[in-house]
Design a protein around this ligand. Structure first.
Ligand code: HGY
Ligand code: MN
Ligand code: MN
Ligand code: MN
Length: 407
């Protein structure tokens, strides 16, 4: 099983410390090293390697121009200090599943592709799934050109510095029209499979979710000399809004997180002029999500006014509920439920995590396989999956690819 050798090669790339914690951000050196790793895996298997206009990498067995291709893969970038599995497990498992099929002597009747979608996490430029959104036409080149990282570097400048042409980016419908099915394998970001005791599961849906930016503008002043009554301190309504987000999420049965905050001038001895916080909220349905965001914004406006602080709220990204293709989902369950010495029970489960599969599902029959995560922890160096479950995921993906793309 080639999984282990590939995993060992990929693991050190972009890892911040022995304890794990990855920084694989779009168009950085670590990203380039991951891309080189992907290209090497493709070429060493005799697969045609290409990079599309949006920087996504594709490895092909057979000619995609024949159409009706079966594609699998995921992403290699990470959130700040992320775990080793979120994304890479899907890409390594894709190559390992292909190796397994070749080992079985499978005869392919459809082109098979392996994809590494660029900038799925949005860790650098703030928007998730940039590579797949551009390709699916859900993000225009103009919108992408305006994306800027925390150092003021625009996405076009970052792409150009990495050797890619930012003027080429844009929708690629012909590419997606050649795909008959996309199956993304991903480490579960939750504990459903740990609770059911299954190594592998099938995704049913992705919850609606989005990111909103809250800008609280107050008055910078001296921390030591300004009377409390004279302050317009934006940190206070921000802090009260963070607590309101938790209350609104509990009330709606949803989730809400202020995980990123920027403070200006960010001095210990200065009352801030600006506190900028990003809300990530997700819910099992649109009604609950709307209730959370409306409630948080209402609380933020009331508290900002109480402190004489101005507030701007902007929605930075939003993904409506994704229902994965029922026919493909049921086909995966049929494939994984038969012809095995131990047929896989395949629980079907929804997720609050966004994925490239969620973006593609608007244009391509799409499904996802989840591999058990014993603690459910993700977007953290503590993210894990056992070796046995990773191998079970590879074998399940190989069965799915064989069922879909081979006689
Ligand atoms: O944010 C997400 O759910 C995904 O990991 N990008
Ligand atoms: Mn992620
Ligand atoms: Mn992911
Ligand atoms: Mn993904």
């Amino acid at each position: 099983m080639s999984f282990h050798s590939m995993w060992a090669e990929l693991l050190p790339i972009g890892r911040r410390s022995a304890a794990g914690g990855y920084r694989r951000f779009a168009w950085t050196g670590a990203d380039a090293d991951c891309r080189a790793w992907f290209e090497q895996q493709a070429r060493s298997r005799g697969l045609a390697h290409e990079v599309d206009r949006n920087g996504n990498q594709w490895a092909w067995l057979g000619d995609p121009a024949a159409g009706n291709a079966v594609v699998t893969g995921s992403h290699l970038d990470s959130v700040p200090d992320g775990g080793a599995f979120d994304g890479p497990l899907g890409v390594v498992s894709a190559f390992a599943a292909l190796d397994e099929l070749r080992h079985r002597g499978a005869r392919f009747t459809r082109p098979v592709g392996i994809v590494n979608f660029g900038d799925e996490e949005g860790a650098r430029f703030g928007l998730a799934c940039v590579g797949s959104r551009l390709t699916a036409g859900q993000l225009t080149a103009e919108q992408a050109h305006r994306l800027t990282d925390g150092d003021g570097v625009t996405l076009p400048r970052a792409m150009a510095a990495a050797g890619y042409d930012p003027e080429a980016i844009g929708a690629d419908p012909e590419r997606l029209d050649r795909i008959g099915a996309f199956v993304e394998l991903h480490v579960e970001q939750g504990r459903a499979l740990d609770l059911t005791g299954d190594p592998v599961g099938i995704a049913s849906a992705i919850w609606p979710h989005g990111r909103w930016r809250f800008d609280f503008r107050g008055e910078a002043n001296h921390a030591g000399t300004t009377r409390l009554a004279d302050r317009h301190d934006p940190m206070l309504p921000y802090a009260e809004t963070v607590l309101a987000a938790r209350r609104e999420a509990e009330r709606a049965g949803a989730v809400a997180t202020f995980g990123k905050v920027a403070v200006e001038p960010n001095g210990v001895n200065a009352v801030p002029s600006l506190v900028r916080g990003w809300l990530d909220s997700r819910a099992v349905d649109q009604r609950r999500l709307d209730a959370v965001v409306t409630g948080v914004e209402r609380a933020a406006r009331a508290r900002a006014e109480a402190h004489g602080v101005a507030l701007d709220v902007a929605r930075e990204s939003f993904t409506p509920v994704v229902e994965f293709d029922h026919a493909l989902r049921d086909e995966l369950a049929r494939i994984l439920g038969k012809d095995r010495d131990t047929p896989l029970r395949v629980p079907v489960l929804g997720t609050g995590a966004g994925h490239d599969a969620g973006i593609l599902s608007a244009r391509v029959p799409t499904a996802m396989l989840f591999v058990r995560n014993p603690t459910g922890v993700s977007h953290s160096p503590a993210e894990s999956a056992t070796e046995d479950d990773c191998v079970a995921g590879v074998l399940a993906l190989a069965d799915v690819l064989e069922g879909l793309a081979c006689t």
